[in-house]
Design a protein around this ligand. Structure first.
Ligand SMILES: C[S@@+](CC[C@H](N)C(=O)[O-])C[C@H]1O[C@@H](n2cnc3c(N)ncnc32)[C@H](O)[C@@H]1O
Ligand SMILES: [Zn+2]
Length: 284
């Protein structure tokens, strides 16, 4: 079962006005908030169904956002298959091994039981393929909460299903529908933030980076991965062609170092796959 509890609501903020939210609805028997609504002091109302709050203000989406949302709606059932089988054909290493490269950049293995509770956020979680890897890398952490948001309801539904074992009674996974441009969380909430695979098509990537920095605690690695061709490798004409196809909807390719907010600095930029950069930045 997926879900969040009364305590979790304290971290949530109205995406429209950033005010605190109050729960109005029915609780599930073990204290999970299941069906109802989250309402702010300005009466902005966000529905919660089956333990998943819908905190995306869809009126603010651009036409391209809506188009991409439609694309992801149909892509959702085949997303994992295409990542697992198509990407390796294009760039050789297997997708799982490549995911380990950027999970390592999150520096999760340094935590142990003596550390206090830790909260990790994945923005644009998709079908949730990173979730088990994050949980495994942070397995020594005593009290771990993984929060994950995505704009697309089908993706979130598959994520919930495929990570169902993390959503049992001692649930450590909280899922929500949200727009990466308006994250529904209080400032300085998370100990790590990850984003993979969407920022190059965002309507405003600078705003997406600023939002991740806002909700991250200062000094926490914020890891961003998306399409960027590794120019240090021998790229054949076929690689160049495949990259062009892969990035045909992108606003830009390569790490958005120039768009990082002024109160942050870029820690590192490297390619974790032939076609994907990994940029780490932190709030000062
Ligand atoms: C290529 S998938 C990557 C999924 C996952 N992070 C992974 O590594 O497998 C990109 C995801 O970003 C989501 N997305 C796109 N624009 C978004 C936005 N503005 N806010 C939140 N999620 C968004 C899409 O719905 C999709 O699930
Ligand atoms: Zn509000």
């Amino acid at each position: 079962m997926i879900g969040f509890n009364e305590n979790d609501v304290k971290l949530l903020r109205c995406p429209t006005c950033r005010e605190k939210l109050e729960w109005k609805g029915t609780e599930h028997r073990d204290g999970r908030l299941f069906y109802g609504a989250l309402i702010c002091m300005h009466n902005h109302t966000w529905r919660v169904e089956s333990g998943i709050p819908n905190l995306a203000d869809r009126q603010r989406l651009s036409t391209k956002d809506q188009l991409m949302d439609m694309v992801y709606k149909f892509l959702a059932p085949i997303h994992d298959l295409s990542v697992t089988y198509l990407l390796p054909v294009l760039q050789y290493p297997d997708a799982q091994a490549s995911r380990y490269n950027y999970i390592q950049a999150m520096e999760l293995d340094g935590w142990d039981e003596s550390d206090g509770p830790k909260k990790i956020l994945e923005v644009g979680v998709g079908t949730g393929a990173n979730i088990p890897l994050i949980a495994h890398a942070a397995q020594n952490t005593n009290d771990l909460e993984i929060w994950a948001v995505d704009l697309n309801a089908n993706m979130v539904e598959i994520c919930a299903r495929s990570n169902a074992d993390m959503c049992k009674d001692d649930s450590s996974l909280r899922l929500a529908l949200a727009d990466a441009h308006e994250l529904p969380f209080a400032d300085s909430t998370f100990d790590r933030v990850l984003h993979v695979g969407g920022i190059n098509i965002y309507r405003n990537a600078a705003q997406g980076l600023a939002e991740m920095a806002r909700v991250a605690k200062p000094g926490t690695p914020i890891v961003v991965v998306d399409e960027g061709l590794d120019k240090t490798r021998d790229n054949t004409f076929l690689h160049e062609l495949a990259f062009l196809w892969l990035t045909s909807m992108d606003e830009f390719t390569g790490a958005p170092e120039d768009l990082v907010p002024t109160d942050c600095y870029v820690v590192s930029v490297k390619n974790v796959m032939r076609f994907y950069y990994c940029m780490v930045y932190e709030k000062k």
